[in-house]
Design a protein around this ligand. Structure first.
Ligand SMILES: [Zn+2]
Length: 298
C-alpha cells in the first residue's frame, strides 16, 4: 500500500507549526485573552485538515479493489504497465486510482457545458501520470488543473477538427488533449509521440512557476547542470547538422525540449540512452526510474 507522499504532509505540518509558534509567542508576550489559547489548536486543525482528509481518502482508495475493466485497459493498451512486476503494477494501479479520484476530467459538450469522458480514455490519461510519477512517490501532482478531452485536434480558437494542435497546457489553466491522438500515442508506444506524456510533462514544468524546461521536484544541486544540458541540446536540435534522437519540435524552446525528451525517455529509452547518455541519465535521475532496463529483453 502506498499513501500520500511525504511532501503532502510536510508542507502543511511546517505551516501549522509556524502559525502555532506565532500564536504561542503572542499569547505568552502579550498576556493574551483566553480566546488566543484556543486559537492555537484551531489554526493547526484548519491548516492540517485538507491534507488529513486527502490522506484518509487515499487510505480508503488503497483498500478499494482496482476495477477489472481499468486493469484490462492497462494490460491491453499500456506497454509500460505490461513490463512492470507484480509490486510495480499494484503501485501503478494505486497511482491511477488516486489520479482519477483527485483530478477533474471532462469533454466539451455539443452546444456548451461539459460531457463525461469514457473510462478507458480517463485510464489512459491517468496511466500517463502514473508513468511519470512511478519512481517518485514523494512527488505530488503539482497543480490541480481540469483536463479537457477534445475528440480530435483543434486550432488556436479551440475549433475542433481544425488546426493541428493535439494538446495544450495553459500556465494557470486546464490541460487540453485530443482523444484521437491520446489513443494513437499508446497504440504506437515506441515512436516517441505521446500527447498525454508530453502535456503532463509541461504540467511538471509549470510546477516551478514557469515553463522553462526545469521541472518541479528537481533537486537543488541538479538544477544548474540541468539548465546547461537543456540549453546545449536546444542548440544541437536547432542546428540539425545530424538528426538528434529528439524530434525537431524539441528545438522550439526549453519547455518543448523537456516535454519531447520525456516522450523519448518513456517511448524510445534504449535509443535515447545510446544516442544521448547524458540526457538519459539526467531524466533517469529525476524520474528515479530506468525505462531502458524495463523494456530490455523479450
Ligand atoms: Zn509542448
Amino acid at each position: 500500500m502506498q499513501v500520500a507522499g511525504p511532501r503532502a504532509f510536510l508542507a502543511p505540518a511546517i505551516t501549522a507549526s509556524l502559525i502555532s509558534l506565532v500564536v504561542v509567542a503572542f499569547v505568552v508576550t502579550a498576556d493574551a485573552p483566553m480566546w488566543a489559547y484556543l486559537a492555537v489548536p484551531v489554526a493547526v486543525a484548519l491548516v492540517l485538515a485538507p491534507s488529513l482528509r486527502k490522506a484518509a481518502r487515499r487510505r480508503t482508495l488503497a483498500q478499494t479493489p482496482f476495477p477489472d475493466a481499468w486493469r484490462e485497459v492497462l494490460e491491453r493498451r499500456v506497454a509500460y504497465y505490461g513490463r512492470l512486476d507484480e509490486a510495480g503494477r499494484r503501485s501503478f494501479e494505486f497511482d491511477v486510482k488516486v489520479f482519477l479520484d483527485e483530478q477533474t476530467i471532462y469533454a466539451p459538450a455539443n452546444g456548451g457545458g461539459v460531457a463525461p469522458v469514457d473510462d478507458d480514455i480517463r485510464v489512459l490519461i491517468a496511466a500517463s501520470a502514473a508513468m511519470l510519477l512511478h519512481g517518485r512517490p514523494d512527488l505530488e501532482w503539482p497543480t490541480v488543473r481540469d483536463i479537457i478531452v477534445y475528440p480530435t485536434k483543434f486550432d488556436d480558437a479551440y475549433t475542433i477538427g481544425e488546426g493541428d494542435i493535439a494538446g495544450m497546457v495553459h500556465a494557470q489553466g486546464p490541460v487540453l488533449i485530443s482523444k484521437r491522438d491520446l489513443v494513437h500515442g499508446f497504440r504506437k508506444a515506441h515512436d516517441g509521440h505521446n500527447v498525454a506524456l508530453h502535456e503532463l510533462a509541461h504540467v511538471l514544468d509549470f510546477g516551478t512557476g514557469s515553463a522553462d524546461g526545469l521541472p518541479t521536484g528537481l533537486e537543488f544541486v541538479a538544477a544548474a547542470p540541468w539548465v546547461e544540458v537543456v540549453a546545449d541540446r536546444l542548440k544541437t536540435v536547432r542546428r540539425k547538422k545530424y538528426r538528434h534522437v529528439l524530434r525537431d519540435y524539441a528545438g522550439t524552446n526549453e519547455a518543448e525540449l523537456f516535454a519531447v525528451a520525456v516522450e523519448a525517455f518513456f517511448e524510445k529509452p534504449t535509443k535515447l540512452k545510446d544516442r544521448d547518455p547524458e540526457l538519459y541519465a539526467m531524466l533517469q535521475e529525476y524520474f528515479n526510474q530506468d525505462p531502458a532496463a524495463l523494456f530490455r529483453g523479450p
